[in-house]
Ligand binder design. Structure first.
Ligand code: ZN
Ligand code: ZN
Length: 129
């Protein structure tokens, strides 16, 4: 299961999207896929397994959502095995590849909007995928 959240500035309405985990596949057409039911992946991806996970979270220093913090697994994971465990894959502390700051998936009230420099983000929508 993965989550996606939409955060809305309470002053100007600017929207920021955070999501994850995403699956990373080696050598297949679907290199990236939101962590989801393995029955929907291609044969090739199923065979290759997952190489890692990444998140699309917010960097408080760059003040933008940073794509693609990849977690390389030492061994490729079988999709069905991972899915059947039914808990989220463990993500280490995600760091921004540009500045090294800790990324945030939860922006509730903690970050000043980069667009208007006044408002704060509030949760406006959340999906469990
Ligand atoms: Zn704003
Ligand atoms: Zn950064």
């Amino acid at each position: 299961m993965a989550t996606r959240a939409e955060w809305k500035c309470n002053n100007c309405g600017h929207i920021v999207d955070t999501s994850g985990p995403w699956e990373l596949y080696p050598n297949t057409a679907e290199k990236r896929r939101i962590y989801w039911d393995p029955r929907s992946v291609s044969k090739k991806a199923r065979k290759s397994g997952i190489k890692g996970y990444f998140v699309k979270w917010y960097c408080p220093q760059c003040r933008t959502v940073v794509d693609s913090v990849e977690i390389e697994l030492e061994e490729q994971v079988d999709l069905y095995e991972q899915w059947n465990k039914s808990e989220m894959p463990l993500l280490p502390k995600a760091l921004c590849p540009a500045c090294g700051a800790g990324l945030k998936g939860d922006l509730n009230g903690s970050e000043i909007c980069p667009k208007c420099n006044r408002g704060k983000f509030e949760l406006s929508n959340r999906w469990w995928l």
